[in-house]
Design a protein around this ligand. Structure first.
Ligand SMILES: Nc1nc2c(ncn2[C@@H]2O[C@H](COP(=O)(O)OP(=O)(O)OP(=O)(O)O)[C@@H](O)[C@H]2O)c(=O)[nH]1
Ligand SMILES: [Mg+2]
Length: 351
């Protein structure tokens, strides 16, 4: 664990410069996923107190370099009520049985403009509150200063240093409203049996096909079988055109039927998610993650400065080039780099 030793000593150097009585965070505990330490870091970042901004920056930059190499970030998205939270509750049990530590970020759909179907039967993610290995954070777009991608990126930076598996629940199909799927290694989309939306999206070529497509509520047998085979055909048609790989890297989209209520297919889903991580490890996962952090930094920047800001920095391609040139690996650091550049152009001093 020499990476851990090195990063801890880096951190101690950085942290020594900070008044640690004021922001007393147990970094070693955080790296072991200790609830209290993670909660304290998350609160510090979420409260966004101006007088803590300097410490927050140092904390995030340092934690960004401490991301657990074996981590797996999984985006779970799908339309309102499809069963995302129910599925996450089951996945938590399975990962805990493997001894993995889990962090969950759940984005509240009622706060997102178009996804806000507030269903009466919406469930909360279930977990054992005594279990030190699970940490859940719900977020709403409305409550976060500075935009959702910005906010999620910051919490994610903490989670990546603390947990083995990070699940992101977002409402949306494919490209989510909040774009936070840019953060995920593996994108899983849940589909309702009998809903033709996904099929239409695939056929029209207007969405990126996720790494794993799940027909949930497969206890509704007839409807789910039809949906399953329709999707299977749609995906294999895509393959004939040579575009069936969801990310252009050779991964073939996987399709699985699950039922949370009847408890089937969930182990298979977990197996597919793990095999996708294995696939990524077999390619250049560091480069993929670096490029993804650039896209996330870009999204955060866009969220704050819009198209004018992008234009001022020379356009998307130029921005991505700047991030790659600086070998940015942490979306938070990337966003800060872009903010500095635009402040410089605007002649505003930035710390
Ligand atoms: N029959 C059946 N019902 C399910 C299944 N999975 C979830 N549900 C039910 O579907 C409803 C919505 O489930 P949630 O887990 O809240 O769905 P969600 O996608 O997280 O919903 P939002 O967060 O509101 O978008 C609840 O009543 C669940 O009990 C399933 O496999 N079969
Ligand atoms: Mg939910």
């Amino acid at each position: 664990m020499s990476w851990l030793k090195n990063t801890i000593s880096t951190w101690i150097k950085v942290f020594n410069q900070v008044d640690s009585t004021e922001v007393n965070i147990d970094i070693k505990g955080l790296l072991r996923g200790k609830q209290a330490a993670v909660a304290r870091a998350v609160n510090l970042v979420e409260n966004q107190r101006c007088d803590h901004e300097d410490v927050i920056k140092r904390l995030l930059v340092t934690l960004g370099d401490m991301a657990r190499p074996g981590r797996h970030i999984i985006g779970i998205s799908g339309p309102p009520g499809v069963g995302k939270s129910s599925m996450i509750s089951k996945l938590i049990q399975k990962y805990r049985a493997d001894g993995k530590r889990i962090g969950v970020i759940s984005v509240d759909p009622s706060s997102i403009k178009t996804g806000g179907a507030l269903l009466g039967d919406r469930v909360r993610i279930e977990y054992d509150p005594q279990d030190q290995g699970v940490f859940i954070r719900s977020m709403s777009a409305g409550s976060s200063l500075g935009g959702l991608a910005y906010h999620t990126g910051r919490i994610l930076t903490i989670f990546e240093a603390a947990f083995d598996v990070i699940l992101l629940e977002t409402v949306g199909v494919g490209q989510s409203e909040s774009d936070i799927e840019y953060a995920a290694d593996t994108v899983v989309v849940l589909v309702q049996p009998g809903s033709g939306d996904m099929l239409q999206f695939i056929k029209a070529g207007i969405m990126e096909i996720p790494h794993i497509l799940v027909v949930n509520k497969a206890d509704r047998k007839k409807r789910s079988a039809t949906t399953f085979y329709d999707l299977k055909n749609a995906i294999s048609l895509e393959d004939i055109n040579g575009t069936g790989c969801s990310d252009g890297r050779g991964w073939q989209t996987k399709l699985v039927m699950t039922s949370v209520t009847e408890n089937f297919g969930i182990g298979k889903l977990k197996g597919l998610m793990e095999s996708h991580l294995g696939f990524l490890r077999g390619t250049n996962i560091d480069k993929i993650r670096r490029e993804r952090s650039h896209l996330q930094a870009f999204t955060t920047f866009k969220e704050q400065f819009g198209n004018h800001g992008i234009k001022a920095l020379g356009g998307q391609e130029r921005i991505l080039f700047l991030l790659e040139e600086a070998r940015v690996t942490n979306s938070y650091t990337g966003a800060v780099l872009l903010f500095r550049k635009i402040y410089k152009i605007m002649n505003i001093s930035a710390r």
